[in-house]
Design a protein around this ligand. Structure first.
Ligand SMILES: Nc1ncnc2c1ncn2[C@@H]1O[C@H](COP(=O)(O)OP(=O)(O)OP(=O)(O)O)[C@@H](O)[C@H]1O
Ligand SMILES: [Mg+2]
Length: 265
């Protein structure tokens, strides 16, 4: 490790300790160093002071744009999704862009977009819940941080739909509920998930209840690509369940949903 990097890690280390974040291993520190820039640390600190967060636990996931951590909330476990402000692709661009007066505001602009995105996910989750769709309850947002209900037990997150063992009998009720949720989102919330697949549905292994997650990219029906995204969502789901001999007609489902929506208006 370079000397200045070592110093940075140590500095963050001290801060992490101050915030009573538990450091489980060096791997998760690396993750944290990458995610927790100064401003994000400050925001986490604020969240601590305001009682939303008592401690940060282990890493649940490192995605393309965000990291998800387990956390200790006021009176229950929480999931903390942190969108990374400096993605690696952006870092290498940064070198060229910073210092060029034409791009003076680009850092700012990128931050603003990420903050808006985080708020959008919060709002989409709230809206979905109001429409009767099971999603993690959105608790709070601050800058690039989204705090939500933790879906899991004993500090272990529930599995994704793609990872749970199913057969024809157990798959059918899950499929039916997923289709119902797509419909509720469309008819009641005016929303299309936009990235729906077996990767963004969690299943409670006890009740076999599906739960939609990851709604940052969800769009309202006014979006020019809303129909395209909706068809893609439906087709992803039908493709996944085909292996359990569940056959669905995407176009048919779409027409039914449209009819219901028109009747409701
Ligand atoms: N509320 C939650 N409770 C428990 N686990 C969660 C929760 N939200 C997300 N996760 C876990 O974290 C993973 C990543 O979450 P999410 O899909 O929202 O982020 P992402 O950055 O879009 O990830 P990816 O880039 O991998 O799609 C999920 O696959 C899931 O395993
Ligand atoms: Mg995801």
């Amino acid at each position: 490790m370079k000397k200045e990097d070592a110093r940075r890690v140590q500095k963050i280390d001290t801060k992490v300790d101050k915030m009573r974040m538990r450091r489980k291993d060096t791997d998760s520190l690396k993750v944290k160093e990458n995610v927790f820039d100064e401003a994000t640390l400050k925001a986490l600190y604020t969240l601590c002071n305001r009682g939303f967060l008592n401690a940060i636990g282990g890493s649940i996931s490192t995605g393309k744009e965000a990291n998800v951590f387990l956390g200790e909330g006021k009176d229950a476990d929480i999931a903390i999704k942190i969108y990374r402000i400096s993605s690696s692709t952006f870092n290498s661009m940064e070198e060229y862009i910073l210092g060029d007066p034409r791009f003076r505001n680009i850092r700012h602009a990128k931050k603003d977009i990420i903050f808006a995105w985080t708020k959008k996910e919060y709002r989409n989750l709230t809206r979905a819940k109001e429409a009767g769709v099971r999603v993690p309850e959105a608790i709070h947002t601050e800058r690039n941080i989204l705090i939500m209900e933790f879906l899991g037990e004993d500090e272990r997150p529930y599995p994704l739909l793609k990872d749970i063992a199913l057969d024809k009998e157990t798959a059918k009720p899950i499929y039916d509920t997923v289709i119902k949720y797509i419909e509720l989102l469309y008819v009641r919330a005016n929303l299309v998930h936009g990235d729906l697949s077996e990767y963004n549905i969690i299943v409670n292994p006890r009740t076999m209840e599906p739960i939609f997650i990851d709604m940052g990219q969800s769009v309202t029906l006014e979006h020019p690509k809303a129909r395209e995204f909706l068809m893609r969502d439906i087709e992803n789901i039908m493709r996944f369940f085909k292996r359990y001999d569940i056959e669905g007609q995407a176009e048919e489902l779409y027409s039914t949903m449209k009819e219901i929506k028109q009747k409701n208006q």
